[in-house]
Write a protein that binds this ligand. Structure first.
Ligand SMILES: [Zn+2]
Length: 115
């Protein structure tokens, strides 16, 4: 019956940081050039010249894309940055709990040697 979480000091710091996570978006934002489709535009001759931002993400089988309007790019970047922070924290928590497991195993061996 665990009444308090079993983790290390590092694990506690990571959990504290996880509580502060803001809305996140697991995806990436790519800025590319495209053609606008207007046959009178110079992009019809010169190739893609219009900047466009695309959000891309993968599920189990497919890569998806979604157009991001210019005025929403900064917001979307914030969500993606938060996702990167979350991924780092997840990795840190893994490190902390593996270290914690090693300590628990060590203590168990030590106490089982006692009479
Ligand atoms: Zn054009």
């Amino acid at each position: 019956m665990a009444t308090k979480p079993i983790t290390s000091a590092q694990g506690k710091r990571t959990l504290e940081a996880l509580r502060k996570i803001r809305p996140f978006l697991p995806a990436s934002l790519t800025i590319t050039q495209r053609k606008c489709g207007n046959p009178a535009c110079r992009c019809a001759k010169e190739g893609p010249i219009h900047e466009t931002a695309l959000l891309t993400w993968k599920d189990a089988t497919l890569t998806h894309t979604l157009y991001v309007p210019r005025e929403l790019r900064a917001q979307v970047r914030e969500w993606i940055d938060e996702w990167k922070k979350l991924k780092t924290l997840i990795a840190e928590m893994g490190d902390a709990q593996r270290a914690c497991l090693q300590t628990l195993k060590k203590n168990r061996k030590r106490s089982s040697k006692l009479p």
